[in-house]
Design a protein around this ligand. Structure first.
Ligand code: CTP
Ligand code: CA
Length: 226
């Protein structure tokens, strides 16, 4: 194991990892976000560095601090994350989309704090750009890894997303399983490619899950001339 790590199978590869949740403004004091802790993305970034990759992080809202020694661009909204990814995309070999991107944002962020008035308030939301799907359409040589946190029908949703977003690998977890949820120190994942399930990773520390995912990436890249 330590041998494989010390061989640095990802050396020379430029990797971008997005982590955490996006923040969508409602008004100056309120926003919409989600339960993503950032831990899985940060674990991937650390593992990538151990395996020799030249890694940068693009991080949204997280519960933990990003690992020291890895350059990080902080973003808030899905739109910000999209722009940050686009800025580095053409020079990227491997992109890991571990971030939990808000599917919708408030149609308009109010400039002033919204005052309470009526008994009900309707917040109109509009769809955010799907960053991964857009990259899937743009990709040339890049190796794309998507994530899917599901609560049911994990395999079916995972395969649908992998194909729709043109990912090389998709890492899926059932967030309702004990030890696999948001914020947890551990994870349990299934990794898919276009032909189906390629690896089941039982419950283990997120740092270990990250190494397993990236070892698979290393094997895949070694078998191609990318
Ligand atoms: N993703 C993205 N941009 C979005 C939404 C999702 O890049 N606007 C990425 C996530 O970072 C993740 C993958 O797409 O790698 C799957 O995200 P997920 O929320 O599971 O999929 P959706 O396509 O949004 O489907 P749904 O939420 O309806 O299950
Ligand atoms: Ca979503």
């Amino acid at each position: 194991r330590e041998d494989r790590i010390s061989q640095k199978p990802l050396s020379g590869k430029k990797m971008v990892v997005t982590a955490g949740g996006t923040v969508e403004r409602i008004d100056p004091v309120r926003y919409i976000t989600n339960d993503s802790s950032g831990k899985m993305g940060f674990a991937i970034a650390k593992a990538a560095q151990r395996l020799g990759a030249d890694v940068v992080l693009i991080a949204g809202h997280t519960q933990v601090e990003p690992p020291v020694g890895i350059p990080v661009t902080r973003v808030l909204s899905a739109q910000d994350m999209y722009e940050a990814v686009q800025a580095v995309w053409s020079d990227t070999d491997i992109l890991v989309k571990a971030a939990a991107v808000a599917d919708y944002r408030p149609k308009e962020a109010a400039v002033q704090k919204i005052k309470k008035s009526d008994d009900s308030l309707v917040l109109e939301l509009v769809k955010n750009i799907d960053i991964l799907e857009t990259l899937g359409k743009q990709k040339t040589m890049q190796f794309l890894i998507g994530f899917a946190a599901e609560t049911e029908n994990v395999e079916q949703h995972a395969m649908d997303k992998l194909k729709r977003k043109n990912c090389d690998l998709l890492v899926a977890n059932d967030v309702t399983a004990l030890g696999a949820g948001f914020g947890s120190e551990t994870n349990i994942v299934n990794i898919y490619d276009a032909s189906g399930l390629v690896r089941s990773v039982p419950k283990m520390a997120k740092d270990e899950v990250a190494l397993q995912i990236l070892e698979l990436v290393g094997e895949r890249l070694a078998g191609t001339d990318r």
